[in-house]
Design a protein around this ligand. Sequence first.
Ligand code: COA
Length: 348
Amino acid sequence: MLFSPSGFTECVREWEDLEKNYQQIQDTHRLYKQKLEEVTRLQDSCSGAISRQRKKLRELRLSLEECKENHPTPKLSPEDVDAIAGIESSMNERAHAFSEMEAFLPQKNGLYLKLVLGNVNVTLLNKQSKFAYKDEYEKFKLVLTVILFVFSFTCRFLFSYRALDALFNFLLVWYYCTLTIRESILISNGSRIKGWWVFHHYVSTFLSGVMLTWPEGALYQMFRNQFLTYCLYQSFVQFLQYYYQSGCLYRLRALGERHNMDVTVEGFQSWMWRGLTFLLPFLFFGHFWQLYNGITLFRMFQLPECKEWQVAMCGCSYMVLFMGNFFTTLGVVYQKYMNNQDNKPKSF
Ligand code: COA
């Protein structure tokens, strides 16, 4: 319970204590501002040193290339050739090390973030905040997945109103837009999300926007049930993805290190591989459903009564989604399969 002074003398004593405490707060805050300035100076000096090193490395790389091309005119010994190869491989490692360092330094925003947020610094300066932001991103997706599942179920089985469908599509537009912003911030903070997954959310925003403008009519009704059932399935797959992604995130965090560890830690690798092989059939089924949606829409486009431009636009968007999702997922799986093979204990 808080102490509350009674009587004038106690009030004066309490005020004196508060005065002393206030002085301490002022000192701490002064120290804090001083440290902040120090941090800003260190950030500037680090960023400057990195860009100077990068420039010099680029120049050195060109000079080394020239040395190799002029060979054998100024004769290079096999040791020199080996030394050049060694320097080049160290330079590649350094480029990687600089990217890791930059994940903890303020950076200029890319065009999209500049347009949406302006030139505000979005780099989180410690691992805990980065982890918390990523975790929050996954939870945000989960909450919206549940809402979208309920919404699409309601539209599919309970109420069939164009206005309710429009609200559902509007929610989708807002959701995908938000994802693109959050993902751009994650990338600024060192996440290795592949460009396709972000682009896939731009395409999904466009697709939902077009669905929003599709007027009520025979063609809309023809596609409506297929679209809503697909949305239901997508929410279900998104739920499985959440389980896999957050599992990866927590395991990597428990290992204390990220990015460079996932290639070497065997237990994590095998968990991830098992999770992925469970998820894959559901993902590929979803991709082929996107192809099916595309084909359905192109067939509808050929009908004589088809007047709406939305039919072709949605058809093209589904085709783009199918191709991008399918081939990117194949690529990710191949890469992970190779890592998994490399890390398997050898029997000889
Ligand atoms: N959306 C957002 N972020 C993604 C992502 C996606 N679809 N796929 C991967 N990432 C992120 C990861 O969280 C990780 O982030 P981090 O660097 O901050 O830790 C980074 O990208 C690298 O991930 P990677 O190792 O390449 O893949 P993964 O093992 O995390 O996931 C898949 C692999 C195949 C499971 C995942 O890419 C996926 O679910 N793809 C299918 C998406 C899809 O097709 N959706 C439509 C369904 S119908």
